[in-house]
Design a protein around this ligand. Structure first.
Ligand SMILES: [Zn+2]
Ligand SMILES: [Zn+2]
Length: 162
């Protein structure tokens, strides 16, 4: 087969009513241990895959829930209107990003977290993988070492908080 464009990053909710697709490569992957993510998901942390807002498409009845994140900006979490699965965020603090909750990916293996953030609110029963960078507060969304030239680290990215 001739080489084609990179496969799209796709996912769906539990009932299958809502599907999404992202164009391009993942921008970052992290684990968020903030209290908002804990409460919104009912878990100790959420794995988040960052993708570009441009080229991100959604089909089906997605509904948004807005809350004030720790950045002071609105955090917008999108759910399936039918089964209520928590699917992706569109943080106002980072309007060019979508933060996919990685458990909804068709291939969750495309999410390879490199950092863990908001560890100050981590629960003792939810350990952190040893092979990720640890941040007590919000992590930058790019590793300084791996940033392409000209891309500035974003210090206010709070996928869960905001
Ligand atoms: Zn659903
Ligand atoms: Zn969070």
């Amino acid at each position: 087969m001739a080489p084609g464009p990179a496969a799209a990053i796709t996912g769906r909710c539990l009932c299958g009513s809502v599907c999404y697709a992202a164009a391009g490569e993942p921008l970052f992957a992290l684990l968020c241990y903030c209290t908002d993510c804990q409460r919104a998901s009912g878990t100790g942390h959420v794995p988040i895959l960052g993708v570009a807002r441009a080229g991100f498409t959604v089909t089906g009845p997605a509904v948004a829930f807005r809350s004030v994140g720790s950045s002071g900006h609105m955090a917008v979490r999108n759910h399936c209107a039918r089964c209520r699965s928590l699917m992706f965020g569109m943080p106002e603090a980072a309007p060019d990003l979508v933060t996919i909750y990685a458990g909804t990916l068709d291939d969750p293996g495309v999410c390879r977290p490199t950092r863990a953030q908001f560890l100050r609110s981590r629960q003792p029963w939810d350990p952190v993988p040893a092979d990720v960078l640890h941040f007590n507060d919000g992590a930058p969304d790019h590793d300084p070492q791996s940033d392409p030239a000209g891309v500035q680290p974003r210090s206010v990215l709070l996928p869960g908080g905001g």
